[in-house]
Design a protein around this ligand. Structure first.
Ligand code: SF4
Ligand code: SF4
Length: 57
């Protein structure tokens, strides 16, 4: 998964739904650990502004 940092407002919603706890909400940006991501797409679906896309940045 990759985050569009120009859209993301670091709301934290995506991190709350990740089943493998692979999303870290930092002070200035969100980090997705694609090493442990299982591509469930929950984060992509839950993001209110569609700032998450498939793929690896
Ligand atoms: S849900 Fe979307 S806007 Fe919110 S932190 Fe995640 S990527 Fe950013
Ligand atoms: S696709 Fe699923 S496992 Fe991967 S970061 Fe998003 S919520 Fe987590």
């Amino acid at each position: 998964m990759k985050v569009n940092y120009e859209l993301c407002d670091i709301c934290g919603t995506c991190a709350g739904v990740c089943p493998v706890d692979g999303i870290e909400i930092g002070e200035f940006k969100v980090n997705i650990d694609n090493e442990i991501c299982i591509n469930c797409l929950k984060c992509l679906k839950v993001c209110p502004i569609k700032a998450i896309e498939e793929g690896v940045s």
